[in-house]
Ligand binder design. Structure first.
Ligand code: HEM
Length: 429
């Protein structure tokens, strides 16, 4: 099925890059791609300029919880069709490589709009059965235990937790769920890195070229997976989707391949980050870690609080289909909007002492890290399940875990994904 781009005129104030509030070139410290510590700039924006047109990126930046939620909720005014659009236009060489390589992938769900979104989501949701999750749980636990054992064999009792545990496990899980060879982790990580870079990073034309080749390979493999599922009827999520189609469900092969293209990215990148952030944040709030060691029944609440305090995705996009208002600020038809969930999650109007990490907080689940409304993350249960298992096993195996003293953890530059580059840890003998 063809992509559903709506023909929306661009309002002159957007074209001219004008904001109704004059910020005189001062963006309150906000740097869209800088993920090191964006939280002080988010607080400035919430306070001084909660709906700001940022001419450097061409997006209206929305930072208050109530406004972010209202935009997510009103899908008829604010469409998700730009959610997977490249933030920087593709260069001519990347375009040529992708066109000649037959790259026609479109978003599985997140950038689709009703009625197609409603139809495909209902079919995808049926394939995400509790039976499939339950079947995965023992393998997830065994993989976590094996990764921890390998990590703990390190002779100098130091490791990068991200590389040692968080990197592989969610990828093996989603490959297994879809019925793809779990030995292909590094291939899917390479393709996923390219997808994240090509969509949400600030790449030059030259830098885009290797990623364009990877995306062509990735998309060709998705089409092969669907063709194989038709031929062999595997007991997997792709097998289920193809069987649903055979039974009369209205979904094309291209849509199934696009769903696979989405799941084989969304289904691990963000969970790897959640695992890395869980260890990073708990270890930098050591009393919380010790509270979990003493009472692992607090793990679920702690995971919600990590999602609130340090979400894997801190900003997500929408487009205004008509002239509208966000928090009393007029926003023109055609406006591209950046909903900063990382800021909404620290909004003091909703969360008391929002900058404090508190695993006992009873309203942490009001975070917006999985989005909200009709596109609410389809994989949220699977992400939390894996993170819970990771935390249970890590607490049991290595309660003395700590961050390496003085470790200065960096984050990759990106407009949406806040990904630490490493989580250096150590432990007692
Ligand atoms: C910590 C882990 C994860 C985070 C933070 C996360 C975050 C998100 C966010 C922010 C959205 C957009 C929601 C919106 O537009 O309102 C989304 C959508 C989605 N996520 Fe996740 N996600 C995670 C894990 C997963 C996993 C494990 C899967 C699959 C197994 C998955 C599959 C999807 C899909 C298919 C959508 C699109 C849903 C739709 O448009 O109807 N996600 N996720």
């Amino acid at each position: 099925m063809a992509a559903q781009h709506l023909d929306v005129d661009v309002h002159p104030s957007v074209a001219a890059g004008r904001c109704p509030v004059d910020h005189g070139g001062d963006h309150h410290g906000y740097r869209p791609f800088d993920m090191k510590d964006p939280f002080p700039s988010y607080a400035n924006l919430r306070h001084d300029h909660p709906v700001m047109y940022d001419e450097r990126i061409g997006y209206w930046v929305v930072t208050r919880w109530a406004d972010v939620r209202a935009v997510f909720e009103d899908w008829e005014t604010f469409s998700s069709e730009n959610a997977q659009a490249p933030v920087r236009e593709r260069g001519p060489e990347a375009k040529r490589i992708m066109q000649e390589g037959g790259f026609t992938a479109y978003s599985g769900l997140s950038a689709r709009i009703p009625p197609d979104h409603t139809r495909i989501r209902a079919i995808a949701q049926r394939a995400f059965t509790p039976r499939r999750y339950k079947a995965l749980e023992p393998a997830i636990r065994a993989n976590v235990k094996a990764s921890l054992e390998r990590m703990l064999a390190s002779p100098d009792r130091t490791a990068d937790f991200l590389a040692a545990v968080a990197y592989d496990i969610p990828t093996i899980t989603i490959l297994t769920l879809l019925g793809v060879d779990p030995g292909l982790v590094s291939t899917y990580k390479r393709w996923s890195d390219s997808r994240a870079a090509m969509t949400w990073e600030d790449l030059s034309d030259e830098e885009q070229i290797p990623h364009a080749h990877n995306l062509v390979e990735y998309w060709q493999e998705m089409q092969t997976l669907v063709a194989d599922a038709h031929a062999h009827h595997p007991d997997s999520l792709i097998g289920d989707l193809v069987a649903t189609q055979d039974a009369g469900a209205e979904i094309t092969d291209h849509e199934i391949a696009s769903l696979c293209y989405s799941l084989l990215f969304a289904g691990h990148e963000t969970t790897t980050t959640l695992m890395a952030n869980t260890i990073r944040v708990l270890q930098s709030h050591r009393a919380s870690w010790e509270a979990l060691v003493a009472d692992p029944s607090k793990i679920s609440g702690a995971i919600d609080e990590v999602l609130r305090y340090s979400g894997s995705i801190v900003a997500w996009r929408r487009k205004a289909l008509k002239d509208a208002e966000i928090g009393g600020v007029p926003v023109p038809k055609g406006a591209d909007i950046l909903l900063v969930m990382g800021s909404a999650n620290r909004d003091e109007d909703v969360f008391a002492h929002a900058d404090q990490f508190d695993i006992e907080r009873d309203d942490a689940r009001n975070h917006m890290s999985f989005g909200f409304g009709i596109h609410y993350c389809l994989g949220n249960m699977l992400a939390k399940l894996q993170n819970r298992i990771m935390l249970e096993e890590t607490i049991a195996a290595v309660p003395s875990l700590r961050l390496v003293e003085g470790a200065d953890i960096d984050f990759r530059e990106n407009i949406s994904f806040r990904v630490p580059t490493s989580v250096p840890v150590t432990w007692e003998a």
